[in-house]
Design a protein around this ligand. Structure first.
Ligand code: ATP
Ligand code: MG
Length: 424
């Protein structure tokens, strides 16, 4: 027998038992974005490889080892997008959306990274991201954080995510700090693992991010980025912290928070949880004031974040049972006997015309009355509509309340009105 072809490792199918929860969560997220005046942008999944190399940075995990890159039939190097910001900026420049304008945008969709699959880490995963262009003050950074905080409340997980903040300053301040940090690391090479040694000259700030406990201990004595911050970045950060405090959003300043992508400056933040094991970052972002220029546009300040939807879904699943109730229908339409199936289809369409919000499922594939009632229960219907030969001949229908067991016979023309009453 031929071997079954299976999905690619780390790339998941999302089955009907899961998609109801996904839709509920996505609906909640989109409603909040809409309420803040953010608009959706839809972008291609494939972009030219140099876009990501330039935007994310050559010496990052993503570009060094996680990208799905291939040559197309013309020999052009293309990459499945590992994140959404680069494509968003590319599109913004290409369509003249950015210069001298304000944009509040969001996107949702699959991202691709060649990582070791585990809980909360996949090779195809989904992000919802927001990007704001044209605003430089800390107030808009704060708004993005308030918006995400509103999400956690709406999803019932607010108690389980904590905000971590840092400022990584200007490019110049970071260059100064970089020299100091390399100087320090050079005196302690013996403690560094291979990864850190490799990063020490190419991208030393990433050493701060190391998960190695010995390196973390060493870093307690390292020079601090906060001591090298430029004045303007300090003022921006103080402004942000004040706005958050005034808005009642608790946060922790984490001086080791540097983010894995090179385009950030000033504000960086993460929402983290301890409820997901090692994959604790649910939502991460920051300011990237030089990216637009770096990608060929005229300089425009920008700030944004991306949220991993799989991690969010895992959290909601674990913490908020209200969201995970399986989807049900309202009404199940049962029919049996000559001409009944066709009459049932017509009745169903008439009811749908009158009650577009109603969830009505029609029985197909026959089955006796008892079997069809069992199916109605399985789908969680509260009402069954029943059409037998007699009802069809008399243009009537039996309406059965599946909770109380009571039933009545009505003219078919009264069905919608009666259902509206019963289900209100
Ligand atoms: P991590 O430190 O977990 O690798 P990252 O710094 O690579 O995260 P970003 O590139 O900032 O993450 O992406 C933002 C969010 O997208 C992450 O916080 C996470 O929720 C989610 N994410 C990133 N990579 C994956 C993945 N491979 N599978 C599932 N979700 C992911
Ligand atoms: Mg990563």
């Amino acid at each position: 027998m031929a071997k079954n072809i299976q999905a690619i490792r780390g790339m998941n199918d999302y089955l009907p038992k899961d998609t109801a929860l996904w839709q509920r969560i996505e609906g909640t997220l989109k409603k909040v974005l809409d309420g803040y005046g953010y608009s959706e942008i839809r972008l291609p999944i494939v972009e030219q490889t140099p876009l990501f190399k330039r935007a994310i940075g050559e010496v990052t995990d993503v570009v060094e080892k996680e990208m799905y890159t291939f040559d197309d039939r013309n020999g052009d190097s293309l990459t499945l997008r590992p994140e959404g910001t680069a494509g968003c900026v590319r599109a913004g420049i290409e369509h003249g959306l950015l210069y001298n304008q304000e944009q509040r945008l969001w996107y949702i969709g699959p991202m691709f990274r060649y990582e070791r699959p585990q809980k909360g880490r996949y090779r195809q995963f989904h992000q919802l991201g927001a990007e704001v262009f044209g605003l430089h003050g800390p107030d808009i950074d704060a708004e993005l954080i308030l918006l995400t905080a509103r999400w956690w409340k709406a999803l019932g997980i607010a108690e389980h995510v904590k905000l971590e903040l840092n400022s990584i300053g200007s490019l110049e301040a970071r260059a100064n700090y970089r020299n100091a940090l390399v100087g320090f690391l050079e005196q302690h090479v013996d403690v560094l693992d291979e990864d850190c040694k490799r990063r020490m000259y190419r991208n030393p700030l990433r050493v701060l991010d190391s998960k190695n406990p010995e390196v973390q201990a060493l870093l307690n004595d390292a020079p601090r980025l906060s001591e090298y911050l430029d004045e303007a970045s300090c003022a921006h950060f103080t402004g942000l912290c004040e706005l958050l405090a005034q808005a009642g959003i608790p946060y922790t300043i984490n001086e080791c928070l540097v983010r894995g992508l090179d385009y950030y400056n000033r504000t960086v933040f993460e929402w983290v949880t301890t409820s997901l094991g090692a994959q604790g970052t649910v939502c991460a972002g920051g300011r990237y004031d030089s990216l637009v220029e770096q990608l060929g546009g005229r300089a425009v300040p920008a700030v944004g974040f991306a949220m991993g939807l799989e991690r969010l879904v895992l959290l909601v699943q674990a913490l908020n049972p209200d969201f995970t109730a399986p989807p049900t229908i309202d009404v199940y339409l049962i029919s049996s006997g000559a001409g009944a199936q066709s009459a049932a289809m017509q009745l169903a369409e008439r009811v749908r015309d009158a009650l577009p919000q109603l969830k009505l499922m029609t029985n197909y594939g026959g089955g006796n009355f008892k079997k069809q009632i069992t199916r109605a229960d399985k789908w969680g219907a509260c009402v069954a509509l029943i059409l037998g030969e007699n009802e069809v001949a008399a243009q009537q229908v039996v309406v059965k309340d599946l909770r109380s067991g009571e039933q009545e016979t009505l003219a078919q023309s009264e069905t919608a009105a009666r259902l509206a009453q019963m289900l209100s």
